[in-house]
Write a protein that binds this ligand. Structure first.
Ligand code: SF4
Length: 215
């Protein structure tokens, strides 16, 4: 069983409730979406086929118990759930960053599934699989990447969904598109609405700048 891998690296987790922790990243090749602000276009095509056992070995060699599987979109490769299960069985804490268009029900519930719900400015909001909202567990997370007020209003609409309220999820993250909207603007909107969310600035971009790969 093998997966096409763009890069495996060790860095500081820049997003989610795990932001700030050292983390091993497995970036898988390929994505079914083409978001207007995508910062990982290099992962659309480039990659090397690796056996799952080799990926496990490389991750283990990074000497870090926190692992994120990201992309691209990890769930378009059918062996991804198996990789996640293998890492969980070895008692890694596993995060999955997924673009919200794929069924998260195929992923072991021990994994922290981070659902990136696409807003209108991405050009991909029509591809959100909103049935995923009903499959989330209290340790899963949701984020919205916000470019403008229209995105913010869309996020608010999803957040009022009764499915989300029933699942007692952690407060969702609202993340400004880096360099495209002033975080202060988003902060102001959140405060005006007393919204129960967390403002998230991509930490790795603050540390290393927006262009650096492998961080
Ligand atoms: S889902 Fe992620 S990797 Fe795919 S196009 Fe959108 S931002 Fe880029």
């Amino acid at each position: 069983m093998s997966l096409r891998v763009n890069e495996i690296f060790f860095s500081i987790q820049g997003e989610s409730s795990y932001a700030g922790y050292p983390c091993a990243f497995v970036r898988l090749t390929g994505c079914n979406l083409r978001c207007s602000y995508c910062d990982t276009q290099y992962a659309y095509e480039e990659g090397t086929w690796l056996e799952i056992s080799d990926i496990e070995r490389k991750v283990t060699s990074l000497n870090c118990r926190l692992v994120e599987i990201t992309g691209g979109e990890p769930l378009i490769q059918k062996e991804t759930p198996e990789l996640i299960k293998k890492l969980l069985d070895q008692e890694f804490t596993v995060l999955l960053e997924t673009n919200g268009s794929q069924d998260i029900g195929v992923v072991d519930e021990r994994c922290v599934r981070i659902l990136d719900i696409k807003c209108p400015s991405s050009g991909e909001s029509g591809n959100n699989d909103l049935e995923n909202l009903g499959k989330m567990t209290p340790h899963d997370e949701i984020k919205f990447v916000i470019l403008n007020r229209k995105d913010y209003e869309y996020a608010k609409l999803i957040l009022t969904s009764s499915i989300l309220t029933q699942n007692h999820l952690k407060p969702p993250f609202l993340s400004p598109v880096f360099g495209k909207i002033d975080p202060e603007t988003l902060a102001q909107w959140i405060l005006e609405d007393h919204l129960d969310v967390r403002l998230q600035i991509q930490l790795h971009k603050l540390i290393w700048g927006p262009e650096r790969k492998g961080v």
